[in-house]
Design a protein around this ligand. Sequence first.
Ligand code: GTP
Ligand code: MG
Length: 136
Amino acid sequence: VEETLVLLKPDAVARNLTGEILRRIEAKGYQLVDLRMMQADRDLLAAHYAEHEGKPFYEPLVEFMESGPVVVARVAGHRVIEGFRSLAGTTDPTTAAPGTIRGDLGRDWGLRVQQNLVHGSDSPESAARELALWFD
Ligand code: GTP
Ligand code: MG
């Protein structure tokens, strides 16, 4: 069965939305295979976001992600990689579809980085790489 890496970002933890977001994942029928809360350090975040290095939002993104604890989840299910990204909605919380995590719960604070509550791996290759990074 397919697995993906889901991160509940520091805004989700700060806003007490971790239960609500995990509820949506479970209600969809996906399994929480492994779950923990941690403070990510810069090395881990630099490896996780290597593809974005050099982009204008990279530094604010890493600063945001190290600003508080994150919840890290290994989530399993049939087509869960695509399925979770569909549950999450598009990157910008203002225009993410209602019914999605970002569309229903996301706030645009007008900051330099989208504080959009969640991350989900975007391909099988990313999922394998990111799960190894966060769980091994
Ligand atoms: P997708 O955009 O659906 O792929 O979600 P994602 O969370 O995987 O986004 P992506 O991998 O493209 O970027 C990582 C994170 O960087 C996003 O979730 C945002 O927090 C932030 N980000 C991405 N693009 C932008 C942007 O154009 N502007 C700003 N301010 N932040 C961005
Ligand atoms: Mg992406």
